[in-house]
Design a protein around this ligand. Structure first.
Ligand SMILES: Cc1cc2nc3c(=O)[nH]c(=O)nc-3n(C[C@H](O)[C@H](O)[C@H](O)COP(=O)(O)OP(=O)(O)OC[C@H]3O[C@@H](n4cnc5c(N)ncnc54)[C@H](O)[C@@H]3O)c2cc1C
Length: 361
């Protein structure tokens, strides 16, 4: 039998950042994931951390804190592993209509951004940065935006945590019940006990009894890896009607779909056509000279107000949740994990905007 202070269910962005927080606090921690590291939405090959979100580049919730926390974690894990799984690519957000340009400009001025976090670029400036990109009147530039290979990052966190005595029980099914402590038994005969249980299972949190009532909605997403005819002569990511970002000299990722009704979880032609037709409007020249190399699909867990769900599920049972990261897993996961740790260990209140209590009857 193995005893832990905290057992985390799920080894995606939420679960792995939460595991780091508790390990650092000196607690004994285990992580259980029947599908392995990045077995859910965090399996998306490359994602952007971009605090200027939505059609009009609105400042995301606690943008500065989220970016700072994520950037610090990425640096720390990259220093440990010696691997380059992220780059400060910046994110360029061309406006595709006059209405969008107007709203974006208003948001640059009125959204209380920290100095130099976003900048408005005129059409000429934008064309200089990225010839061939469609825009009306210009767009928003987010210099600190990041391009991250999420699975590579999470695999490096796995090594980092394993070196620091965090236990992983991967690729096995389990059952869990509350007795004095949480008792977990796997089909490989592991018997685990833990004082606290933290659910970080993304959309699969719906299949776990104690979190099944939460309003987590499944939104399927697809990405495609593309190969260009010539070397790519830009380093930044572009976000407009989806996104694209360079992976290497010739390849880039194209994302993504938002499918609220879907019949299967696999990538399909329809998904690719949707992404490609939008991409063709944003960068016609690059689209016409690129071919698909690979495709990927996953399912996000979205909430009615598009904010994550963090906090105590049941105080007596010592059960907790961190899920509902929607399309902003990179932005929210490192900071959200810190909030959850402070709440669980130091009784700090979870900000109302993300507190699980907003969805309790
Ligand atoms: C196509 C696509 C593109 C995206 N692009 C971006 C992007 O550019 N930027 C960005 O920030 N975000 C992006 N996202 C969203 C991001 O991937 C998610 O917000 C993030 O991965 C959610 O992390 P999570 O840990 O909450 O959930 P998940 O990553 O889904 O992790 C949940 C984990 O729980 C495991 N699990 C399942 N059942 C159980 C169980 N019973 N017990 C224990 N564990 C279980 C799963 O195997 C999985 O590993 C994208 C998502 C998709 C699908």
């Amino acid at each position: 039998m193995k005893d832990f202070d905290v057992c985390i269910l799920g080894a995606g962005l939420a679960g792995m950042h939460t595991a780091i927080e508790f390990m650092e606090a000196g607690l004994t921690v285990c992580v259980i994931d029947p599908k392995g590291i990045a077995g859910g939405a965090s399996g998306t090959p490359v994602g952007l951390a971009n605090p200027a979100t939505g059609r009009f580049a609105n400042r995301s919730w606690r943008a500065e804190q989220c970016m700072e926390r994520l950037t610090a974690r990425l640096k720390e894990i990259s220093n440990y592993s010696g691997k380059e799984f992220y780059r400060k690519s910046g994110v360029l957000r061309p406006a595709l209509s006059q209405k969008i340009a107007g709203r974006m400009q208003e948001n640059v001025v009125n959204n209380d951004w920290a100095p130099e976090m976003v900048e408005w670029k005129s059409s000429d400036e934008l064309q200089e940065m990225h010839p061939g990109l469609t825009s009306v009147e210009g767009g928003v530039w987010v210099p600190d935006g990041l391009t991250v290979s999420i699975p590579n990052y999470l695999h490096s966190i796995h090594s980092y945590l394993s070196d620091r005595k965090v236990f992983f029980f991967l690729d096995r099914n389990y059952s869990v019940q509350k007795e004095n402590n949480w008792e977990i038994r796997t089909d490989q005969k592991d018997h685990i006990t833990a004082k606290k249980l933290v659910i970080c299972a993304g959309i699969y949190s719906k299949s776990i009894d104690i979190s099944k009532e939460l309003p987590l909605n499944a939104v399927k997403g697809q990405t495609a890896i593309m190969r260009a005819g010539d070397s790519l002569d830009f380093d930044h990511a572009v976000s407009a009607q989806g996104y694209f970002s360079k992976i290497n000299d010739k390849e880039f990722i194209l994302g993504s779909t938002y499918e609220h009704n879907f019949e299967h979880e696999e990538p399909d032609e329809q998904g690719f056509e949707f992404m490609f037709s939008r991409f063709s409007k944003v960068h016609p020249e690059l689209a016409s000279s690129s071919n698909i190399v690979n495709q990927w699909a996953g399912v996000r867990a979205s909430t009615p107000d598009r904010k994550p769900i963090i906090g105590t599920l049941d105080k007596e049972m010592e059960s907790f949740i961190f899920a509902g990261l929607g399309s902003k897993g990179l932005l929210y996961s490192a900071y959200g994990a810190e909030l959850l740790k402070e709440h669980m260990l130091n009784n700090q209140t979870i900000p109302e905007t993300v507190d699980v209590n907003r969805f309790k009857a």
